[in-house]
Design a protein around this ligand. Structure first.
Ligand code: NAP
Ligand code: GLV
Length: 310
């Protein structure tokens, strides 16, 4: 069985090829850019492939996203539309995201940016914040990552809400669904975490109109995709104080350009898309197992729905 691998970095691509080849004895795993016998390739393992990369392989059985999101695969205007897409998720990805969300929600909850500023000024400034049950936090997207993030926040004692497309029940979390449920979900939220997939419906969802429905001085944590956020609306809401602080892990353009105002904004924390990266050892095992299941005709748990966009 032949597998083509594409990541924007060729060294990383070679690493993934070696890892997958060890885990898939008898399979041929090669960098996509070096393959000439294109009709032999049955599987493609990709992160942000270039337009037309996959259309070159006429016999693809499945495409694997090296990550939970499939927006980067679907962004290819020449993508062969009927080929199934397998996401790469798993316990490590969820755990890392829980850690990131807990860290940044707690940081905003305890007003750490202000406390660190006081330290820099040698100012013994005691900030007393409400206890977590009196802090309204909300998670947009209740899938693999969002549901666990919401459970984690509820476990820390926060008054936790969650929002998804279809109705969900999660212990300790007040849930809302669909466009009709969005205003009640947002109403008065003090800390908002975005873990939605990027689709036509969710692009630009973090905009001025949404910020206006949060509590004045709310904090926003975007750890899903940069295109969920309208950058200028965030800057405007920070200017008026409607948003007090933001933590951003993802950006329209990555790496975030050096001259982007987010880098130096005093109320924005920038992290370089590290909220939850798949490490290649674990990711390799997940991808190899999914490819073997798919090839054997067994159910693959992480199949995406391309028509739905996630
Ligand atoms: P998932 O399992 O597919 O879950 C997506 C959730 O979003 C589901 O609950 C879904 O609702 C909800 N949703 C989708 N469209 C919606 C809409 N229009 N309105 C309301 N809810 C909507 O995704 P996941 O594995 O949790 O991953 C989420 C995203 O996180 C990924 O797509 C990726 O962009 C991002 N991510 C970022 C990092 C990072 O390091 N920053 C790492 C991994 C993933 P239903 O449950 O009703 O279908
Ligand atoms: C990372 O952003 C992913 O989609 O897994």
């Amino acid at each position: 069985m032949s597998v083509a691998v594409y990541l924007p970095d060729l060294e990383k691509t070679r690493w993934w090829c070696r890892t997958l080849a060890e885990l898939l004895p008898g399979w041929s795993v090669r960098p996509l850019v070096e393959i000439e016998d294109r009709e032999t390739v049955a599987y493609a393992v990709v992160w942000r492939q270039r337009t037309g990369d996959l259309a070159r392989f006429p016999n693809l059985k499945a495409i694997v996203s090296v990550g939970a999101g499939i927006d980067h695969v679907l962004a290819d205007a020449e993508l062969p539309g009927t080929v199934p897409i397998i996401r790469t998720v798993g316990a490590d990805l969820t755990q890392r995201m829980r850690e990131y969300v807990a860290l940044h929600v707690l940081r905003h909850h305890r007003d750490m940016p202000r406390q660190l500023q006081a330290q820099a000024e040698r100012d013994w400034h005691q900030i007393v914040v409400p206890v977590a049950p009196n802090r309204k936090v909300g998670v947009m997207g209740l899938g693999n990552l969002g549901a666990e993030a919401a459970r984690t926040l509820a476990g820390l004692g926060f008054a936790t809400r969650g929002w998804s497309r279809n109705a969900k029940a999660i212990d300790g979390v007040e849930t809302f669904a669909g466009a009709d449920g969005l205003p009640a979900f947002l109403d008065g939220l003090e800390i908002l975490v975005n873990l939605l997939p990027l689709t036509a419906e969710t692009t630009g969802i973090l905009d001025g109109a949404l910020f206006a429905q949060l509590a004045p001085g709310a904090c926003v944590i975007n750890c899903a995709r940069g295109a969920h956020l309208v950058d200028d609306d965030l800057l405007a809401a920070l200017e008026t104080g409607q948003i007090k602080q933001a933590t951003l892990d993802v950006f329209h353009l990555e790496p975030l350009p050096a001259d982007h105002p987010f880098w130096t904004h005093p109320a924005i924390t920038v992290t370089p898309h590290i909220a939850s990266q798949i490490d290649a050892a674990t990711g390799g095992r997940l991808i190899a197992a999914n490819l073997q299941r798919f090839e054997a005709g067994e159910p693959v748990p992480d199949l995406a729905d391309a028509a739905r966009g996630y």
